[in-house]
Ligand binder design. Sequence first.
Ligand SMILES: [Zn+2]
Length: 143
Amino acid sequence: MANQDPLHPGLFSWPSPEPELLGSRCAVCGEHAFPSQDSCRCCGSEQTEVVGLGRTGRLWTWTVQSFMPKSPYRTDETAETFCPYGVGYVELECGLKVESRLRENTPETLAIGLDMTLEIIPVRSDENGTQLMTFQFYAAESP
Ligand SMILES: [Zn+2]
């Protein structure tokens, strides 16, 4: 089995049997941010801490990426092998809306308000054969 590393470290708990998104919470006003921030965008405080943001949320809005995005999008895919995917904003328990890739990729399988769950998926392999991982959400049930 190939080694796996996060594509962007610090965005989700890894490795973990039940990975969750990692963000920051302001100790002064309670504002959450994703990715985590060193200072609060709401009150300017620098008293922020990294917190788990959970692994579930509700689909707030979505679209389908049906053609291969331009650079800097990087995968092992080519224009011929590209598989469409969903893109959306998922509203987390804390109220934060996070832009995410979605497993579902057709209008029939996506609907605003769906319960979504986080999963970690391989994006591509680096030069050493290590699989680079990112997060996406999938619908816990069909619309
Ligand atoms: Zn704050």
